[in-house]
Design a protein around this ligand. Structure first.
Ligand code: TYM
Length: 335
């Protein structure tokens, strides 16, 4: 039997957040790298789909890789690399652009939301923002991944990846594995502490409701203690009616490992106590990550070595599969 292959990634458009950690990274560290052949990628090409500062993208890419190692990805168990170091992603992306339709792309929720925001500010939208989910599909399909561990906001993109894989295989013959998304049982969508109806996103301008993995403990405490809760006083788990409290309960459940959010709700009779325990639980979860990050920053050649070896392995895996896809669509193999 072939070993399960897993692929996932983070986009270096901002500092990594508690949402990235609880929704994705923690699962990669605790489970995925141990049970499967897992590849994790800093998807830097995706960071170019919105206005960007070259020096910042470079800095954030290195920081994201360092933070993934600090969170516990172990290069002896998994493969960690940077997307732009492996040409097969863009090579395959074009073939998938020839498989997808423009209507399909325009229906993507993230595209609709981001273009609406950008246009409201009078800005323009890069063409690559429209085609971004195709590049994401290429990231996954280039490795024949079976599973894609992601937070809730990426499920639609993984669905599109499945559709493209099936369509390609039907037209040109069996080339791609059809992947499926996996998600954590709690905290698959961590909400902004100041606006619990929207996702905690790393590139949001207002940072008061966003906990970053590298925030100092006091900053974490302040952000959690000031979280917007709902009018009402009793502590109940009701994501629709009481999104602020539900979010805190989810974060507490994920960080303390102490039960389901519904069960935890019964242990509290005030918002204050819930916030205090949540703040401390988050501080404790992030403490070892920050400490390990400080050590790794002092040793950039180690991180470079991991990324170099990771890219080499990734290239070796993706190359033959992407070559097959090229042949299948009718391109003449190199002579
Ligand atoms: P990105 O960089 O926005 O997020 C990285 C991972 O973190 C999850 N996540 C969250 N989970 C819970 N609550 C939140 N508030 C939260 N915010 C982010 C995301 O779901 C994701 O799993 N398009 C992807 C990157 C990507 C990718 C891929 C992922 C590119 N190619 C191939 C998987 C496979 C993205 O923008 O993730």
């Amino acid at each position: 039997m072939t070993r399960t292959r897993i692929f996932s990634g983070v986009k270096p458009t901002g500092h990594l957040t508690l949402g990235n950690y609880l929704g994705a990274v923690r699962q990669w560290v605790r489970e995925d790298q141990h049970r499967a052949d897992a590849l994790f990628c800093v998807v830097d090409l995706h960071a170019l789909t919105v206005e960007h500062d070259p020096a910042r993208v470079r800095r954030l890419s290195r920081q994201a890789a360092t933070l993934l190692l600090a969170s516990g990805l172990d290069p002896r168990l998994c493969t960690l690399f940077v997307q732009s170091h492996v040409d097969e992603h863009t090579r395959l992306s074009y073939l998938l652009e020839c498989t997808a339709t423009d209507g399909e792309m325009r229906r993507m929720i993230q595209y609709k939301e981001k273009t609406a925001r950008e246009r409201a500010r009078g800005g323009s939208v890069r063409l690559s923002l429209l085609t971004y989910p195709v590049l994401m599909a290429a990231d996954i399909l280039a490795y024949g991944a079976h599973e894609v561990p992601v937070g809730d906001d990426q499920t639609q993109h993984v669905e599109l990846t499945r559709d493209l894989a099936v369509r390609f295989n039907q037209r040109y013959g069996q080339v791609f594995t059809v992947p499926r998304a996996t998600r954590p049982s709690v905290a698959a969508r961590v909400m902004d502490l100041q606006d619990p109806t929207s996702k905690m996103g790393k590139s949001h301008a207002d940072t008061a409701g966003i906990v970053y993995l590298l925030d100092e403990p006091d900053v974490v405490r302040r952000k959690v203690l000031r979280a917007v809760t709902d009018s009402g006083t009793s502590v109940e788990y009701d994501p629709e009616g009481r999104p602020g409290v539900a979010n805190l309960l989810e974060v507490l459940a994920a960080c303390s490992g102490g039960g389901r959010p519904e069960e935890l709700a019964a242990e509290y009779d005030s918002y204050g106590a819930l916030k205090k325990d949540t703040a401390e639980a988050v501080v404790e979860v992030l403490r070892p990550v920050r400490e390990r990050h400080a050590e790794l920053v002092a040793d950039p050649s180690y991180v470079d070595g991991v990324l170099r070896a990771g890219a080499e392995r990734a290239r070796g895996l993706a190359r033959p599969l992407v070559d097959r896809a090229h042949e299948a669509v009718g391109l003449l193999p190199p002579l």
